[in-house]
Design a protein around this ligand. Structure first.
Ligand SMILES: [Zn+2]
Length: 186
């Protein structure tokens, strides 16, 4: 589901086609010259087609290997500019589109995927930014858990633990012994 540099790819692809067409014209001239000056004709043919091919390869590689977008963007940019000398600038269209496409390829950044739980229907009633942070007690104050434990601890100071009469264990707060009925604390 990774985002693709589609705009850079399409522009570079069209650029490469036009530069290839321009290169084909140069190569055709080179083929004509080849009969008279083979070396020059061969060089013209090769460099004429090379820029277009390299821009096309750069466009495809940019799309296939998005992690190398800077490298392929530079290649598209450089060979688009070189097409001024090698391929009639791709009839100017190839030159302009190649510069834009290459620059877009270099500047392209993959859009990070949002955390899945925060986009699909906002679960648990929370907004797109997730649940609120857990409350933290300010420094100097005890946490609610500690306060609750100490407050709920029963005070058994005035109630005897055992009956004076029968010795049965007494629950805290009772008035009479549950075992023999003697009044507690007398
Ligand atoms: Zn008792």
């Amino acid at each position: 589901m990774a985002e693709k540099p589609t705009a850079a790819f399409v522009l570079s692809l069209i650029s490469g086609i036009f530069i290839l067409l321009g290169g084909a014209v140069i190569a055709a001239i080179g083929a004509t010259i080849f009969a008279f000056v083979p070396a020059l004709g061969l060089v013209l043919g090769v460099i004429g087609l090379a820029s277009g091919v390299l821009v096309l390869v750069g466009a495809i590689m940019l799309y296939m290997h998005t992690e190398q977008h800077v490298t392929w963007g530079i290649i598209i940019l450089v060979f688009s500019i070189l097409s001024i000398f090698t391929s009639l600038g791709g009839f100017l269209i190839g030159l302009i589109l190649g510069i834009i496409g290459g620059a877009l390829g270099i500047a392209w950044k993959p859009q990070p995927m949002p955390f899945p739980g925060y986009v699909a229907g906002y679960p648990a009633g929370f907004g797109p930014y997730g649940p609120p942070p857990t409350p933290v007690a300010p420094s100097g104050y005890a946490t609610p858990t500690t306060v609750g434990v100490s407050a709920s601890t029963p005070t058994t100071a005035e109630v005897p633990a055992f009956c004076k009469n029968c010795g049965a264990a007494l629950p805290p707060g009772v008035q009479f012994c549950p075992s023999c009925g003697t009044k507690v604390g007398v």
